[in-house]
Design a protein around this ligand. Structure first.
Ligand code: AKG
Ligand code: FE2
Length: 279
């Protein structure tokens, strides 16, 4: 089994993409409209910010959750003991962003959010009628004018050999949100767990766009779309000396959007952040 790469420009792209999401929780697009030169430039500029800038000046705000999360306080995945080997910066258009990086990263945020609207329409159109009937409003409408969609710039530093045994760049976890949109990182490592428990590499040629289902879409679809476990494994050999940068956009509905009989986006998010120990 492998996650198939779907050509965004093909006539049957929506159907094939949604089939892939349904069977693995992941879909991978090529020939998509997100400019690769923009992604590369962001990787370069944020690498400089993490390695030579003053990220501590933007230390995260526990209430608002914008800003810089240092390696010492970054996430411990649900059910895991060791902290992930990463640092990251949370971008919201209303939040704090280093001035020199602002225009570029917000261009990416807005372009990718626009593509997200189209991808949610694809998901809606290819949801079986009984599943679509559960959506409290059109999926793409759930993110319209939302202040909650989060762009995370992640830096996985080179390994030093001093890591705690068993610690991973990102331990196995599921995402909390509706869909995650992630350009292929500058280094490999992303894997998804499939039904038999096996871990598969996500096809991540530079230029691919990776989309995965989060718990909120699983919740809203009554479990039809699976939020699958994924992780980032540690590099070995010469690659251990390299940083890895990645850029997931987590699509979050507005606070009041009803996901299911149990949850709005707000109640669901709060529950999950407490579990992660960052709230
Ligand atoms: O860095 C990656 O490739 C994936 C990151 C991820 O899964 C996450 O931050 O939720
Ligand atoms: Fe994730």
């Amino acid at each position: 089994m492998q996650v198939q790469v779907v050509d965004y420009t093909a006539a049957d792209a929506p159907q094939r993409f949604v089939e892939s999401l349904k069977s693995t929780g992941f879909g991978v697009l090529k020939n998509h409209p997100i400019q690769q030169s923009l992604v590369e430039s962001i990787y370069q500029h944020w690498y400089e910010f993490f390695s030579q800038g003053n990220p501590q000046d933007f230390a995260f705000d526990p209430e608002k959750q914008d800003g810089y999360f240092a390696p010492e306080i970054s996430e411990t995945a649900k059910g895991h003991q060791q902290k992930d080997l990463k640092e990251y910066y949370h971008i919201y258009p209303w939040g704090r962003i280093p001035e020199s990086l602002k225009e570029e990263i917000l261009t990416y945020y807005h372009n990718t959010s626009a593509l997200a609207t189209e991808l949610l329409d694809w998901v809606e159109k290819h949801s079986p009628a009984d599943v679509a009937a559960k959506y409290s409003e059109p999926l793409s409408n759930m993110i319209k004018d939302t202040p909650n969609t989060l762009l995370r710039v992640l830096h996985y530093p080179p390994l030093t050999g001093e890591e705690e045994p068993g610690a991973l760049r990102a331990a196995a976890h599921e995402d909390i949100n509706l869909l995650t949109i992630l350009p292929a990182a500058n280094e490999p490592g992303l894997q998804v767990q499939v039904q038999d428990g096996q871990w598969l590499d996500i096809p991540a040629n530079f230029g691919h766009l990776i989309i995965n289902i989060g718990d909120m879409l699983q919740e809203a679809s009554g479990g039809y779309f699976p939020s699958t476990s994924h992780r980032v494994v540690n590099p070995t050999g010469e690659n251990a000396t390299k940083s890895r940068i990645s850029l997931p956009l987590f699509l979050h509905p507005r606070d009041e959007v009803v996901l299911s009989e149990r949850h709005t986006q707000k109640s669901y998010l709060l529950e999950r952040l407490k579990e992660l120990g960052v709230k």
